[in-house]
Design a protein around this ligand. Structure first.
Ligand code: SF4
Length: 460
């Protein structure tokens, strides 16, 4: 039985005259996913329909990521493939957007002269004009302006919900850019300084999403919990925004990612405890278990202050689950410092972690250091970390067997289309057998088996 795919409640209609098809390849974070969705809406408004493949698309957009080297390599490799396609279909329009476009526009121009335009992260609203100019065979275009004023309010986000396919889960960006300047990270360069959206704009977007059937939202920001500075309406603490959103009927769950440890204050912990719609699942990037490495990363917290947040969360929020981000092999990281990270995961016992070997990013402070760790050592450290973290994840998931949990059902499982897939409030993926009538609903299931990736269950 083939069930519906996760993004299943599509209702949007686009009455414009059909001009062709578009294909968007996205790398990177949820913010990029959101940007791609917005770009898709712009292209549909121009009369283009989505295509499953770039081979026959009239407009191809590469929405790139610069956080690590690998997605940049993939983007350049895809640009090579597109050169061959464009040789046979010269009217194809190729645009490169996202963080790599922002950071390496001139290099893209030099290495891939078949690209029609490069659009940075500052103003996606320029996409329709760039596509139209390319369609008229104007010369290569490059738009890279970023808001340069710290704290500028983001009032010009297009109404993302209009024409958007309705989904049971949706991401809502609330803040752009970052002021933290971690020494390994390119984001403050590629996305600009921290800016928040006005509260009412966010609430309006969530209200419409709720009307369309969305039950769960995830608020997005590079340091999401520092939301609300420099707004015209005055400072709005992130916890207050959570309470306001929770008053919107139809929204059952509120998540957010990613918070920054230093800004994780008592009012936020109390809101997670007291606000029924805010889920008990926190993704709190730690990056390293060594104070010295954290200092060199310019992460302005210590292991001890991080652990205090963890303890506070666990003592106040019943059943809270924790996930994190960890980088191994930061320049100069010693064996002892890596062992401190291993000790930290034993101490915290995260439910899961995104674990990466440090990737040298040109233009960052750490990228210029001479004491880079060899690939071999980084790989060994990463493998050890992943292996142990996976064991911990499995051990924690085992504790769910026999328990009854609430699942928000998204649709068919990607692994097995005969099964439904959803997530618990505390962000465990669950697979179970049931009919498609469950899709889009909150149901209770009993966990029958634990895996590293999540849980198997049966409908109650
Ligand atoms: S907090 Fe650090 S890692 Fe996160 S986006 Fe800002 S600079 Fe990058």
């Amino acid at each position: 039985m083939q069930l519906l795919q996760p993004e299943f409640i599509s209702k949007s209609e686009h009455p414009k005259k059909r001009r062709g098809t578009y294909f968007i390849q996205t790398w990177g974070c949820q913010m990029n996913d959101e940007d791609s969705e917005q770009m898709g809406l712009y292209l549909r408004d121009l009369g283009f329909e989505p295509s499953r493949t770039m081979l026959d698309a009239h407009v191809v957009i590469l929405n790139t990521c610069s956080v690590r080297k690998k997605p940049e390599d993939k983007a350049f490799s895809m640009l090579g493939e597109l050169l061959l396609i464009k040789d046979t279909r010269p009217h194809m329009i190729i645009g490169v957007c996202g963080c790599m476009a922002q950071a390496r526009a001139k290099e893209i121009r030099r290495r891939a002269p078949h690209v029609d335009f490069v659009l940075g992260t500052g103003d996606l609203g320029q996409l329709p004009g760039l596509v139209e100019e390319a369609a008229q065979k104007k010369r290569f275009q490059m738009r890279l302006d970023l808001p340069d004023r710290k704290g500028k309010v983001v009032e010009d986000v297009p109404q993302r919900h209009l024409g958007r396919a309705a989904k049971v889960k949706a991401f809502v960006p609330i803040q752009y850019g970052c002021d933290k300047f971690c020494t390994f990270c390119i984001v403050p360069t590629t996305r600009g300084r921290e800016r928040s959206r006005p509260t009412e704009d966010i609430l309006q977007e969530v209200r419409v999403l709720a009307e369309q059937g969305t039950k769960e939202i995830t608020l997005l920001g590079q340091t999401v919990n520092s939301y609300g500075k420099n707004l015209l309406e005055g400072q709005v603490p992130f916890s207050k925004l959570l309470w306001k959103i929770s008053q919107i009927d139809g929204i059952e769950r509120i998540r957010f990612t990613s918070p920054y440890p230093r800004d994780f204050k008592a009012d936020l912990i109390e809101t997670i405890r007291d606000c029924p719609k805010v889920v008990e699942s926190i993704h709190l990037p730690v990056q390293s278990g060594s104070d010295e490495v954290l200092r060199q990363m310019h992460r302005v917290y210590t292991v001890e202050s991080y652990l205090e947040i963890v303890e506070e969360l666990r003592s106040k929020v019943a059943g809270v689950t924790l996930t994190t981000d960890i980088i191994v092999g930061f320049p100069g990281e010693t064996d002892e410092q890596f062992e401190e990270t291993m000790a930290l995961i034993e101490r915290v016992r995260f439910d899961g972690a995104y674990m990466f070997a440090y990737s040298t990013r040109p233009g960052t402070e750490a990228g210029d250091r001479k004491d880079q760790i060899s690939s071999k050592v980084k790989k060994e450290r990463l493998n050890r970390l992943i292996e142990r973290q996976n064991e911990i994840t499995c051990e924690l998931n085992e504790s769910y067997v026999g328990r009854e949990v609430e699942v928000l059902v998204e649709g068919a499982s990607a692994k097995d289309p005969n099964k439904l897939q959803g997530f618990t409030r505390d962000y465990k993926m669950v697979h179970f057998n049931s009919g498609r009538e469950c899709a889009g609903r909150l149901v209770n299931v009993r966990v029958t088996k634990a895996h590293r990736w999540g849980l198997s269950a049966e409908l109650i």
